[in-house]
Design a binder for this molecule. Sequence first.
Ligand SMILES: [Fe+2]
Length: 292
Amino acid sequence: MITRLDKILGVKVLFDEENLAFQPLETTSGESWEKYLEDRPMQKGIWRSLKIAKEFINKEGSEKQYDFSQFWSAGKPIYYGIREFYNDSNILRLLRERKIRPDVTIIPGGVIGRELNRTEGHEHLSGLPEIYSVIHGKAGFFLFEFGDRPYEIKNEKFVVAEAGEHVLFPPRYAHITINLNLGMPLVITDLVSYDAKPDFNRVREMKGAGYSIVYHKGWAFGVEANKACRKVEGSDVIKPAREIRFSNGFVLKKGESLFDVPRREGGLEALGFLNSTSNGSIYENAYRGYLD
Ligand SMILES: [Fe+2]
C-alpha cells in the first residue's frame, strides 16, 4: 500500500508500506542511516540491546555462537532513518543555527524473538530532552531514568501514541521506541539538539528498559519485567496530552505537524527548550492518563 504522509509530516512524501520506501515528492535534505540486528564492521548489532541477547551471552558474560538466520530481519536493516530530513533550506539553516536537527525514523512491524520490533534505545549524555511525533502507525515509548547504582532504573513511563500525537522526552530520560502494530510500519519524526550526545551502552547492558513488550498469541501484546534491572516499580502507562504548551505560549496540537513548528510564528523560539536541561513547565502537562 502506498500512503501519502503530507499533513502530519509537513513534507510531501509517498510511503510504500510493503517495501518501507520513503519517497519525497519535493526537494529534501537528509542523510540516511540503518541499524542491523547482527554486528557489522563499523556498528555493534542491536541484538545486544534486545531481550534475545540473554540467549547469546552466557553467565560469565562472554558471547556464545549465535545464528541470526532465524530472524526475519537477518541481513536487512532492522530499522532506518534520515538525519536532517527537511524540505526548506532556509528554515533548516535557522534550525542549524539553533543546534536543532529534524529527523525521520522508520521501524517495520514484527517481532525479534518474542519482543516487538523496537529501537536500540539510548540516553543523552548531555541530559538534553527531545520531541517526537508519530506520523504513521502506533508507537510505544519507554522513558526512564537511571538510578545511582548499576542496573538501577526509576520513574519509568510507557507512553502509547498514535498518528498525530507528540511525545516529549524530558531531560535525563533514556528512551526506547516500540512499533506496537505488528502489521504496519511505524514512521516517526523528531527534533533534537546536535549537542544531545546519544549513548547506547547502559541500555545495551540492561537489554532494554524495566519491561519488554512481547507478542502473545491472541493478544495484541504482553508486558514482561526485565530481571536484569533493579528497582523498577511498575511502569505508568500514559498518553501524550492533546496539546503541548511551550514556555513562550506557543501551542502544538495533536494532528499538527512538528516540522511546521519552526515555520510558524514563535515556533523557533519555542524550540529553545531542546538545548536546556531545566525541568520547565512544558513537561508538566505533556501527558495524560491512558483512559482520560
Ligand atoms: Fe534520543
